[in-house]
Design a protein around this ligand. Structure first.
Ligand SMILES: Nc1ncnc2c1ncn2[C@@H]1O[C@H](COP(=O)(O)OP(=O)(O)OP(=O)(O)O)[C@@H](O)[C@H]1O
Ligand SMILES: [Mg+2]
Length: 457
């Protein structure tokens, strides 16, 4: 019969197959596999199922291993995990491996039918509609077109072994995305090691990354493995890669070329099998032009590029994320608002979010503490947030305190002093280019020139 959705049931219990045929046989075409190898055989064959129902207790290959393999070979294929044991651990593992759902045995056919309905209503199984689960606790939330596109790239990156470069403004979720790539990759069972290249002094960073041999320097009483070695079989995340010192850039390049690290003072390199994910919120290509970042290293890192869009380009994701963080706070705090008023939601939407998701997360956390009603209202939001852009630049109130001091210390002169500061800052950001400074300020070059003279900038 054409037109029926195909379900592949993977289960060693013959009775389950009989039950499924009897109950759903008229609505779905049901294929059977009684062990893991047979299942992989079907998936390698010409007729792919639309969905896999997978019992995780199989006589040959472990069900989670099958699930991981399906994820890497058929990332779009929805899988529903079934098992006799209703273990939380099972649910977490299934979710981490992007199973669409998790059902206990014996199968409740009504529930199964509802789950199948959900899956097939939302046509492609990947990316999931509202975001992708990343490990046990986190979800990468996003249903806007740019994020759905990005999730597809994440899926592709997870399937390949290539080095990944993640770029994007601060707070857009780059670290979470790095973690998602690891979680959905074949290496998910291996270690995920992250290191922030900007947070560690250069002198220490080298031994942190590459390790050292015993006696490599005074005090090195025992050898110590570097992060690359620790990440063997897994993924290493090099955060803030733009800040890597030139000497270390050269060493990292060698590691990428040779797939081996030489610990400080060690006689020979050690081979490492590690997927590398580099993260930066700087424009690396610009750093290359400015000669502060090696071009050859840049090209080695920029194999698979993932550009994370700023929150202001994600449309309705703002509300989706706000509700996500609200839900999280609600399960964390005793008392916490249940939702947002339409006006509050409108303001969140109107705000430009220079600090991206991190800023939104902070705003919601603060609101949960502050809000008195059962919904967050416009009055609970930071002053000016989304209010026709009034003070939207300062949702955290960072400038607020400074403004107060300025007004108190320079009564009668505050506005001019502030103007001088803003104009001078715009000029310094544009390297003294008056036209570009004027653009930033939203005024004309003449005005800028006039202010430069007036304030002797
Ligand atoms: N799509 C998302 N869904 C849910 N939470 C998110 C999402 N994106 C970011 N977050 C949360 O926002 C915060 C900032 O994310 P993250 O640390 O990954 O940003 P980043 O891009 O690495 O920022 P920076 O460049 O400043 O290091 C984290 O708490 C993260 O969990
Ligand atoms: Mg980060």
């Amino acid at each position: 019969v054409t037109g029926l959705r195909r379900i592949l049931l993977v289960d060693d219990e013959r009775a389950s197959h009989a039950v499924l045929r009897r109950t759903l046989g008229n609505e779905f075409a049901i294929d059977s596999a009684y062990d893991g190898h047979a299942a992989l055989g079907v998936l390698a064959g010409p007729t792919l199922p639309d969905l896999v129902l997978l019992d995780v207790h199989l006589p040959d290959v472990g069900g989670y291993e099958i699930l991981a393999r399906i994820r890497s070979t058929h990332p779009q294929l929805p899988v529903i995990v079934i098992t006799a044991a209703t273990s939380v651990d099972g649910a977490i593992r299934a979710t981490a491996l992007a199973a669409r759902d998790y059902l206990p045995k014996p199968l409740d056919v009504t529930r199964l039918r509802r789950v199948l309905g959900d899956v097939f209503a939302a046509a492609p199984g990947w990316p999931p509609e509202r975001g992708i689960p990343v490990g046990a606790a986190a979800t990468l939330v996003g249903s806007s077109p740019p994020m759905q596109e990005l999730f597809k790239t994440v899926g592709r990156a997870a399937r390949s072994a290539a080095t990944v470069l993640i770029t994007g403004e601060s707070g857009t979720g780059k670290e979470l995305i790095a973690r998602a790539i690891h979680t959905y990759s074949e290496r998910h069972a291996g270690p995920l090691i992250a290191i922030n290249c900007a947070a560690i002094p250069d002198a220490l960073l080298e031994s942190e990354l590459f390790g050292y041999a015993r006696g490599a320097f005074t005090g090195a009483e025992n050898a110590r493995s570097g992060k690359f070695e620790l990440a063997n079989g897994g993924t290493i995340v090099l955060d803030e890669i733009a800040d890597l010192a030139p000497a270390l850039q050269a060493k990292l390049l060698r590691v990428l070329e040779e797939r081996a690290v030489t610990p400080l003072g060690a006689p020979a390199p050690i081979a490492v099998d590690t997927r590398i994910i580099a993260i930066t919120n700087a424009n690396l290509a610009e750093r290359v032009s400015a000669r502060s970042f090696r071009a050859d290293l840049f090209y080695r890192l920029d194999v698979l590029r993932i550009e994370v869009p700023p929150l202001r380009h994600r449309g309705t994701d703002v509300a989706l994320l706000a509700r996500h963080f609200l839900g999280r706070e609600r399960s964390r705090l005793q008392r916490s608002p249940l939702g947002l008023t339409p006006e509050a939601e409108r303001r969140l939407h109107a705000h430009a979010w220079p600090g991206n998701v991190r800023e939104l997360e902070n705003v919601i956390v603060q609101c949960c503490v502050r809000a008195l009603g059962d919904r967050i209202g416009a009055a609970d939001l930071p002053i000016g947030l989304g209010d026709d852009g009034a003070l939207a630049i300062d949702p955290q109130g960072a400038i607020d305190a400074e403004l107060e001091r300025l007004l108190q210390r320079f009564p009668g002169d505050a506005l001019e002093r502030l103007e001088r500061l803003v104009v001078a800052k715009a000029l310094s950001l544009t390297g003294g280019n008056q036209v570009r400074a004027a653009k930033l300020l939203g005024t004309t070059r003449n005005v800028v020139r006039h202010r430069i003279a007036k304030y002797s900038i």
